[in-house]
Write a protein that binds this ligand. Structure first.
Ligand code: ADP
Ligand code: MG
Length: 690
């Protein structure tokens, strides 16, 4: 009867490493199997039957000896050949079925054919033919976990024959079934054995007696008996033809995992989402600082006012030291400024009569800490005694905007303009001027709060008129002609006792402000005689430096977020893999390649990542707005965060694209490395029937 053996085991030993040294589960096994018949392996528990089947499946490797399939050594199979061998040559049936409990009957059955590469429609058609032959039509759509043991085993048998294998390996297929079902299953296997080799491990000696063509008895890893019993008949079973085509079966599992791991994936999704939002906001912050601070400072009304003075270095007599002295430059020395800044106005500094930090009284309270700043024009100021205050002023008084508009306060200032005379008896002529002017608050302006102080803005041109109306009577009498406040300021030189040794610069056009500041930087760098001073610009520079160093420290947080996000993704996919170890083992037995199995976990994670990336891009708009609104409310900084979605570093859509690519590639590394480390799961222990 036996021509060429389809399977041949030659001098097989299988030893397991244990704490007491090597334990031989199989010793010197020599067996050959023809391509048909029901061959039963019997023997006590622990005699090595399952180990033998595992060797045939190549999920364990023999310590010694060779197994031949159609005269080819299966130990020499390449990866692809091995997958094909498990997928199409061998069908396996286990005591506890090893079906995918959460998939439907039909999905379980067609899986080996999908792995083979068959078109889904064709698989289903073929599967339905088998289902009909097994009288299981009523089960086809059901989820496996709701089936009875006998039904599950019949489903497992159909799955095992879907790809027309030459060999069926059955490890105690009736072990979990009652007598009726056991007989039914054995009948089916018997029928199947008419045109393929069926190797059945069984405890049930009655069934073995009744159905087997050959009984091989193992004892302590050795064959002690090998008897042939029956002739082998032809089969009634119709083998089906298989057309190979592509179908990505992994999506069945990806969908299943996404559903089963919903909570975990949801948490991963959120952690990734928040991580990405943090990254984008940090980048948006980095991106926004320069412009934001410039805009924020330019909101400051004082920005368009600067002072210009001439620095002189005077030798101190009999000393190597010099002192720096500021004087008011001549108009012709400032001519070059007009050429650079078209909208510039240069005026005398009136701070002798209108100081930058005068005393104010508001509702009988004396206020000393307020800056009094000239501006060139403001649409709400029509008279010299109309003023605009900033929000810091409001905070100082602890009042609401509504309360203070149209309210008034007093400017209080005393000066004694003096001139030198040639008279030795009266060397000085002096006027005593007392200024007490009622000022009306017309508006409160919101200003960038960084290093800002309470400020009152007045109109310079209107105050110029006020100062020129100040009469210096004693001085006029002495001089013999009218001397008013303005002519006193203009005529005074550095020898006089005045404090206003500079000129004021007003930039009428806001767009010229940056020119003024670059000019200031240039003059500072050149250490020129003429120097421009601007407090708001100084503050802006301080702010930018401060924020830039803050932003650079944020980059560390960006990296931490990145790594955190990637770790979360990696750990989730690893935990998913650990959770589905058995599933992976079954897929391996059905002939799936490792890369396909890895791709299930990878795709599951990538799906979650892509979802997070998309959501974070959408959400970033809202988060950006929200943060900016809050920051504006408390610090009057507009657009603190400006996430450069559309264009970054000059490239369109660089940020979303780069973020996606980087996150995905790092995640892939974080997913694949642990999975590869973890890949060496023991298939035999995962598939063990216990
Ligand atoms: P059975 O005939 O009951 O199926 P097995 O083939 O499962 O027996 O086991 C044969 C012997 O090998 C048993 O004594 C078992 O304990 C031992 N064995 C099986 N797998 C391993 C393993 N991975 N490590 C150590 N010993 C093992
Ligand atoms: Mg066993």
């Amino acid at each position: 009867m036996e021509k060429k053996p389809i399977l041949f085991l030659e001098n097989i030993d299988k030893a397991f490493k244990t704490s007491d040294g090597d334990f031989y589960a199989l010793k010197n096994i020599n067996l050959s199997f023809p391509n048909k018949g029901l061959h039963c392996l019997v023997g006590k528990s622990g005699s090595g039957k399952s180990t033998l089947l595992n060797l045939l499946l190549q999920i364990e490797k023999p310590t010694k000896g060779e197994i031949f399939y159609k005269n080819k050594k299966i130990s020499k199979f390449k990866k692809k050949d091995l997958n094909n061998y498990r997928n199409c040559v061998i069908g396996t049936i286990f005591q506890h079925y090893n079906l995918f409990e959460d998939l439907s009957v039909i999905d379980n059955i067609i899986l080996p054919s999908l792995i083979l590469g068959e078109n889904r429609k064709d698989c289903i058609k073929r599967a339905n033919d088998y289902i009909k032959q097994f009288n299981l039509e009523y089960l086809s759509k059901r989820i496996v976990k709701n089936l009875s043991g006998g039904e599950k085993q019949r489903v497992a048998i159909i799955r095992s024959i879907m790809n027309n294998p030459d060999i069926l390996l059955c490890d105690e297929p009736t072990g979990a079934l009652d007598d009726t079902n056991s007989v039914l299953i054995m009948k089916i296997l018997k029928e199947l054995s008419n045109d393929r080799l069926v190797i059945v491990v069984s405890h049930n000696l009655d069934l073995v007696e009744q159905f087997s063509d050959r009984i091989i008895t193992l004892h302590d890893g050795k064959t002690i008996l090998d008897q042939y019993r029956n002739e082998i008949k032809e089969s009634n079973f119709k083998k089906q033809k298989i057309n190979k085509r592509k179908f990505n079966w992994t999506k069945i599992f990806i969908r299943k995992h996404l559903k089963q791991n919903f909570v975990k994936n949801f948490l991963t999704y959120f952690s990734t989402l928040f991580g990405l939002l943090a990254i984008m906001c940090s980048i948006g912050f980095n991106n926004g600082i320069e412009e934001t601070s410039r805009n924020a400072i330019q909101n400051n009304l004082a920005i368009s006012t600067a002072t210009v003075s001439k620095k002189q270095y005077i030798d101190i007599p009999n000393s190597p030291l010099q002192y720096e002295k500021s004087t008011r430059p001549h108009n012709d020395e400032l001519q070059f400024l007009y050429n650079i800044i078209p909208s510039l106005v240069i005026e005398p500094n009136l701070s002798y009569f209108v100081p930058t930090n005068p005393t104010f009284s508001y509702r009988d309270e004396i206020l000393n800490t307020i800056s009094f700043i000239p501006i060139y024009n403001h649409h709400l100021i029509n008279s010299y005694n109309e003023i605009v205050v900033n929000n810091k002023f409001l905070e100082l008084l602890n009042l609401d905007k509504e309360e203070i508009i149209d309210d008034y306060l007093y400017l209080i200032h005393k000066v004694s303009p003096t001139i030198k005379t040639d008279d030795i008896v009266n060397p000085f002529i002096k006027d005593n001027i007392e200024i007490k002017e009622q000022l009306i608050i017309k508006e409160v302006v919101d200003e960038f709060s960084f290093l800002n102080n309470p400020k009152i803005y007045y109109s310079y041109p209107l105050f110029l008129e006020f100062v020129s109306n100040i009469k210096l009577e004693n001085i006029s009498n002495y001089l013999g002609y009218e001397m008013d406040g303005l002519s006193y300021v203009i005529s005074s030189n550095d020898d006089s006792m005045m404090s206003s040794y500079s000129s004021l610069l007003f930039v009428k056009d806001k767009q010229d402000i940056n020119r003024l500041f670059s000019l200031k930087d240039e003059l500072d760098n050149e250490k020129a005689d003429i120097r421009i001073e601007s407090d708001p610009y100084l503050i802006q520079k301080t702010y930018v430096n401060f924020m830039t160093s803050f932003a650079s420290s944020l980059q560390i947080f960006i990296i931490i977020s990145f790594v955190g996000v990637c770790f979360i993704i990696g750990i989730t996919s690893l935990s998913s893999f650990i959770l589905y170890k058995k599933e992976s083992a079954i897929l391996t037995i059905l002939g799936s390649s490792n890369s396909k199995i890895l791709s299930i976990f990878l795709d599951e994670s990538l799906f979650v990542i892509l979802m997070s990336i998309c959501s974070s891009l959408v959400l970033s708009f809202f988060v950006e707005k929200l943060i900016n609104n809050i920051v504006y409310k408390y610090a009057q900084i507009e657009n603190l965060i400006s996430i450069p979605i559309y264009s970054y570093l000059g490239y369109p859509y660089l940020l979303p694209i780069a973020l996606t690519i980087i996150i995905i590639s790092i995640s892939i590394i974080f997913i694949i490395v642990p999975l590869l480390i973890y890949k060496n799961i023991s298939l035999s222990s995962e598939l063990k029937d216990e």
